[in-house]
Design a protein around this ligand. Structure first.
Ligand code: NAP
Length: 312
């Protein structure tokens, strides 16, 4: 059975560029389009065909992969692609969107002749670069075989949550995962800020929890970014995680659910975005504790905390 596909990747930011690279490595023909064309240059060197418009990118594609900022961007770009779409082309929609967006995007797919698989991913820049994302997918059996070689190239594993992408079952699981990611990242910032204020060496904290039930690689990773001033380039930027925090809160409000922790996390991300840190890694939410004023972004780093290896 032929497993080679022609894939149009729309959106080559942090995640889309890494996914496109892995599709090339797996031997697929890859067309790329990005609003800011500068982000496609390195992909052209790696063998991708750079398109000057979404419609040009999707022409001749078996599979369209969208990895854009949010549902509004996806809608705009897919509409721009419409004239180039061959009816019945598969659409792997990996952008993180809201629960209600899933149904709207399924409607858009019907309008432009795409067979939609909603396929948000769990994992950040490094797993994306290694082709080790966890893909959460919902779509009809009939389309799964067509998209399988694409999902295999970008991810370590695909978890199918349903047949109907309009139901948003994959998006629901993705929002649950991200509520954990955002909570844990904000907790990392608060732990370090509190340690600093109390005069506690954070390495002692990590030594204390080492290997026990409280230890968590993700906590160490985010704490390491803060301690070592490695907030750029971001793995998962403040503005993107704020967008996701708002999607989580919207979903919760629609269900009459109160998520105080998520509200606080969103407020912290908003504050640091206002400090000029929107493009830094989400770990920069640490500064929501230490820099109180909007616009007080201080490039000198995190203050007096001792540096040190906390990742393992
Ligand atoms: P990113 O680097 O900021 O990339 C965002 C992409 O969206 C860029 O290609 C950007 O184009 C494009 N874009 C934004 N608005 C647009 C518009 N109106 N029209 C056309 N293109 C537009 O973000 P990312 O981290 O790769 O995230 C992409 C998606 O993956 C998001 O939905 C995010 O929630 C999700 N995600 C991210 C991670 C992560 O850890 N980073 C993990 C899982 C899922 P320009 O380059 O021209 O601005």
């Amino acid at each position: 059975m032929d497993t080679k596909r022609t894939v149009a990747v729309l959106g080559t930011g942090i995640m889309g560029a890494a996914m496109a690279r892995n599709l090339l490595r797996a031997g697929h023909e890859v067309h790329v389009w990005n609003r800011d064309q500068a982000k496609t240059v390195a992909l052209a060197d790696a063998g991708a065909q750079v398109a000057s418009s979404p419609a040009q990118a999707v022409a001749g594609a078996d599979v369209v992969l969208t990895m854009l900022f949010d549902a509004a961007a996806v809608t705009e770009v897919v509409r721009q692609a419409a004239t180039g779409i061959r009816p019945g082309t598969a659409w792997v929609q990996s952008t993180t969107v809201g629960v209600h967006d899933a149904a709207a995007l399924a409607g858009l797919a019907g309008e432009v002749g795409l067979d939609l698989v909603e396929a948000p991913v769990s994992g950040t820049r490094e797993p994306a670069e290694a082709g080790q994302l966890l893909v959460i997918a919902a779509g009809p059996e009939a389309v799964r075989e067509r998209v399988a070689p694409v999902l295999d190239a970008i991810g370590a594993r695909t978890i199918w949550t349903g047949e109907d992408p309009a139901g948003g079952s994959a998006t629901r699981l993705k929002l649950v995962v991200n509520s954990w990611v955002i909570a844990a990242s904000n907790a990392a910032g608060e732990i370090l800020a509190l340690a600093e204020a109390l005069g506690v060496d954070p390495r002692q904290f990590f030594d204390l929890i080492d290997g026990g039930g409280l230890d968590l690689p993700f906590l160490r990773t985010k704490a390491g970014l803060i301690l070592d001033d490695r907030l750029e380039p971001a793995s998962f930027a403040v503005d993107t995680s704020l967008k996701d925090a708002r999607l989580i809160l919207d979903a919760a409000r629609g269900l009459g659910l109160r998520l105080d922790g998520a509200e606080a996390s969103a407020a912290r991300l908003e504050r640091v975005a206002a400090q000029g840190r929107a493009k830094q890694d989400m770990a920069a939410a640490y500064f929501a504790s230490t820099e109180q004023d909007p616009g007080s972004h201080d490039d000198s780093g995190r203050g007096a905390m001792p540096r040190g290896e906390v990742t393992r």
